[in-house]
Ligand binder design. Structure first.
Ligand SMILES: [Zn+2]
Length: 313
């Protein structure tokens, strides 16, 4: 019974991988019997298992290259947890997505933008009009048919699955405002769609129009991110006249309990003066300014700080 369950899970996985269009497959299972039967090391005598074996063999032939590995049970804990689930909703949903081609079916319902290209790629027939024929030939060069589905070649991107115009709204909705949607707009949105591997005619135009109609984008996109006041550039005309002072974050304790570093940077030359200290206090800052700055570089014109308590006290 247990071996049947192992075979069933393998067959489910193979169907899933086939639906995804996988070409090369590595199968890991903790069932030594099943792996050895499929690799030919063991014979299959049980009548029921024979039927499973045949089905699994047939499915494995759909892939260009397959490898089966036996792994110890403790290394297969993730798969075990999935198998122990009382209801297998997750798998059901996955299979439904493939068995019910509600969104992604591009098979030739009449009146789709892909029909001409598909027809030409499948049969090589061109329209009688010379100009139309030339245009179609040029256009069709950007498309290929793989496993009965039309894909568009993209520059530096994977092949994009061509979908019907009426299904494009679902894709846009999911990518713009779905669970992982970032409310990307315009050209950004169309590029995200391409990166996710979908294409249809007038993708850019549709993406732009869609993002213009999103209610959340209407509410929040007009919030100004500009500062309330103008920015003022800080310039220094000669060396050591203007210093920027700041404490670096507390570091791990050194031998003399010195954790903080006071840093002074000259705005003109970017010269740096630094001193480690135990506590960021007003006294230590005053001593630093006197010994490290005034006594060595002269009285500065201005000191710039972040108004921390050590600087203001
Ligand atoms: Zn939006």
């Amino acid at each position: 019974m247990n071996n049947q369950a192992e075979y069933e899970s393998l067959i489910a996985g193979l169907k899933f991988a086939k639906g995804l269009g996988a070409r090369r497959l590595d199968v890991y299972s903790d069932s030594k019997l099943m792996v050895n039967q499929l690799t030919g090391s063991y014979q299959t005598k049980d009548e029921v298992l024979k039927r499973y074996f045949q089905l699994a063999k047939t499915l494995l032939q759909h892939f260009a290259q397959t490898s089966l590995f036996h792994i110890p049970r403790e290394m297969n804990s993730l798969a075990d947890e999935l198998a122990k689930e009382e209801n297998d909703n997750a798998l059901d949903i996955l299979f439904l997505a493939f068995e019910d081609p509600q969104i992604f079916d591009i098979d030739s319902n009449p009146g789709s933008w892909m029909d001409d290209i598909r027809h030409y790629l499948l049969t090589g027939e061109l329209p009688n009009d010379r100009n139309k024929a030339r245009r179609l030939r040029v256009k069709a060069a950007r498309y290929i048919i793989s496993q009965g589905q039309l894909f568009r070649r993209c520059y530096s991107l994977p092949l994009a699955k061509c979908i019907r115009k009426e299904n494009s709204k679902i894709v846009l909705e999911q990518i713009h405002s779905g669970d992982c949607g970032t409310h990307a707009v315009g050209r950004n949105l169309s590029l995200q769609v391409l990166r996710q591997g979908y294409y249809w005619l007038n993708l850019q135009k549709d993406a732009k129009e869609f993002s213009q109609k999103c209610p959340q984008c209407q509410f929040y996109s007009s919030i100004l991110k500009q500062l309330a006041a103008q920015l003022h550039p800080i310039t220094s005309s000669w060396p050591f006249s203007m210093w920027g002072l700041n404490f670096l974050r507390p570091f791990s304790k050194s031998r003399k309990n010195l954790r903080h570093v006071l840093l002074a940077t000259d705005y003109f030359s970017k010269w740096v003066e630094a001193k480690p200290m135990a506590q960021p206090t007003g006294t230590s800052v005053r001593n630093f300014i006197w010994t490290q700055l005034v006594c060595r570089f002269g009285v500065p014109l201005s000191l710039i700080c972040d108004n921390g308590t050590a600087f203001t006290s």
